[in-house]
Design a protein around this ligand. Sequence first.
Ligand code: ATP
Ligand code: MG
Length: 413
Amino acid sequence: MSTDQQPSASDAAANRSPGLPARRYLIGRYHEIVLKGGNRWRFVEQLKRNARALFADCRIGRIRGEGPRLIIEIPAAVPDDVVHERAALLFGFQNFTISRPVPLVIEELKRAAVAAARSRGAKTFRIATRRADKRFALNSMEIDRLVGAEVGAALGLKVDLNHPELTITIEILPDSAFMAVGKHPGAGGLPVGVSGRATVLLSGGIDSPVAAYRMMRRGLHVDFVHFHSHPLVSSASREKAQELAAHLTRYEARATLALVPFADVQREIVARTLRPLRVVLYRRFMLRIASAIAIQSGSAALVTGESLGQVASQTLENMTVIEKAAALPILRPLVGMDKNEIIVEARRLGTFETSILPDQDCCSLFVPAHPETHARLHEVLAAEAQFDLDAMVAATVAKTEFLRLEFPRITAH
Ligand code: ATP
Ligand code: MG
C-alpha cells in the first residue's frame, strides 16, 4: 500500500537512551472511516496525504495505517502543541494521542507509566489499555491493573476510573506498545478531498464560514468566492472574507479565494430595475458568476450559508427563483438550523469574532428595507431580459482577483 515502514525496537531504544531525542508518534483513530468497507484504503490514503500537507513544514516521518488507526512519526524538533494544533484540524480522526513507543515488556510499560505520570500534579489517574495484538501475554485489564498498581505505589496516586485527573493510554500493537498521556478529540468526519470539490459563497457574515466547515467535514475540498462592492463601500468585507478563508484553509492546507468586484453589476441592476427585485437579481448574478468560477476550478457544486426563512432572500419562493440561475447544484448545510445554533458552531470554529466585525454587505446596497419575499420567476426573467447576462458574467470574472491560500503560509499570486 505504501513504502511506510514500521517503527519499532529502534524507536523504543531511542526513547530510552539518554541524550537521544525521544521519538513521538501521532496516533489518530478513525472516525467514520471505520465504517467503510472495500474502499477504506481510498479514505486512508487521502487522510495520509492530508496529514502530510498539514504538517508540510514539520518534516514528519513515516505514516502507516495499523487497523483502525494511523501512526505518524513526529520529529523531535516539533513541539507537542504544534502536533496537537495540526492533528485537531485533520478531518477523519475520532480522537488522537501523542504517543511514545515502549518495548513490549510489562516491566518497561510500568517504568514508562511511572515516568509519564510523575510531576504532573495529578492526584488521581487511570490506565486505559487497548490490546490490538492479542499475542501479548497479558490482556488489557491485567495490564491496567499491573501498571496502575506500580504508578500508585511509586507516586502515591489514587486510581479513579470515572473522573481521573490523568489518563495514561497504552496501545499494544504487534511490534511495539505506545503510551500517551491524555486522549484528544479529533475533528471527526471524512478526510477533505474524498468527496470531491465545491465552491463556497463566502460573505463576511456568520453563516457561510460554518457552512464551509460543515462541507469540508463531509470530505469536500472547498474554494471560496467573495463578492464585494468596493469602491462603493469600504474594503472591510473583503478583508474579513480573506481572514475567514485563511482560517478555514487550515483544514485543507490549500484553497483559492476569488474576490469578485460586484459594484458594476449592481450599478447596472440599479439603473434598470425597481427596488423590490434587486436582492433577487443580485443573488442570481452572484450564482451565475460563482458557477462560472467554480466550473473553471473543477468544482462540482456551490455551497451557501442559507437557512430557510432567516432573511427576505431565504424564503422558499426566493430560494427557488434564485437557484435557477446556478449552473451547479447548491448545497445548503445550514438550511434547517436556526441562528443560535449557527452562532454556537461559529464560536467553536473560531470565526464568530471576525464575522461580527462591522462591514457593509454588498447585498444591502440600494435595496429597500422590505425587499420582495415572494419573487415570481416570470417577473425576474422579464427584468433580466434587458441585460446581456453572458457578457456581464464574463466581464466580472475577468476582473476577479484570485488569492492562493496556503496553510501555514499565505501568498498572493
Ligand atoms: P452570512 O452570515 O453567511 O452572510 P446571512 O445570514 O447574512 O449569511 P445572506 O446575506 O442572505 O445571509 O446570504 C446568504 C448566503 O449567500 C450566504 O451565506 C453566502 O453563502 C451567500 N452570500 C451572501 N453575500 C455574499 C457575498 N458578499 N459574497 C459571497 N457570498 C455571499
Ligand atoms: Mg450576509
